[in-house]
Design a protein around this ligand. Sequence first.
Ligand code: PMP
Length: 420
Amino acid sequence: MISNDLSIFNELESSVRSYIRSFPAVFTKAKGYKMWDAEGKEYIDFFSGAGALNYGHNESKMKKKLVEYILSDGITHSLDMATQAKAEFLEKFNNVILKPRKMNYRVMFPGPTGTNTVESALKLARKVTGRTNVISFTNGFHGMTIGSLSVTGNAEKRKGAGIPLEHVVTMPYDSFVNDQFDTLEYLERFLEDNGSGVDTPAAMILETVQGEGGINTARMEWLERIDAICKKRNILLIIDDVQAGVGRTGTFFSFEETKVKPDIICLSKSISGYGLPLALTLIKPELDRWSPGEHNGTFRGNNPAFITATEALSYWEDPAFEKDINRKADNITAFLTAAVEKYPELEGEVRGRGFMQGIESKVDGLSGKIAAAAFERGLIMETAGVNDQVFKLFPPLTIDDEGLEKGFAIIEDSIKSLIS
Ligand code: PMP
């Protein structure tokens, strides 16, 4: 196949496919922030594999390490046997990420993807506390398996699972009602009130910036208050950093600017650095009370992913990397803020932080149209939110200024084409 002919996908692939509909091209190659389709058209990638490609496509240093490893007959699959690749990853993760942040956690490999880490976190919280209830938040997204879906605050996404799991209570996320409504006063009242009929939960699970839910951003003080509420009642705090972590918000963990040290942290997407499946569940040592084999899975040891993940951590050894992400993130904010002002027809509001930003348009369907117009012009960008009301700028963190500017120009052109 050498064209953008989608017939084999339409004939043979399940109707469940989705991105193929938003991005109707057959892709053949990618490097850095660029992708190419079968007809040679170049695209700027402002999507980054939904956050799995924070270092861009085929990053050169990781590619070299991976090729060398494969050519040396390094172990590919090992379940949870000890391997050199895993040892090197664990050591570097501890030295480069955990120790400098004074974070003392044990590392669990729960299975290959984001939803596996969420499942393991929910199971562990229930086991350790002996309680069943879990508090989730409006518009949260945590994955597509039934446990993760049950804590996902989106009726449309939950529909396919039939009746959601019991014992999950959804509470309003920061600013869900409006900026005056104190969601945490409500939450506290709910927890202390026997009239709520809900026993003390095992855990609360939340994203600090809700990726799929529409780039809703919790304020730092809101996160610190949630942490305090959890501590007061011995409720475990699970931060799902699957999408917001690994630098997306400008720091390695999305909660680094707060005093919060979650009990359990979920990581996946960009942790392998190269788009290979890998997930981690970080557990405070005193909570690591799994019995051997109690949570397992065939693909717990993706050694090629350990190789690229170890190399990816080198970025975090140099403080200039984080500084550069934040400098570029300020440019994204400046572009979006100017766009909202310049094009009032958008009825837009800038959302998010770091490399996790977007515009929510109050005009029904406009964000989706802007993303589609951008695709035609050679920019890949996703929408988010229950009504796809947000278009989301998610470039690789490694993108250069030229790539960002080109992307901004395409977005502006797409907006103009739709409002005038
Ligand atoms: N948690 C969050 C916050 C996510 O954004 C996602 C994926 N979009 C998941 C969990 C699930 O990850 P995966 O698709 O790898 O199972």
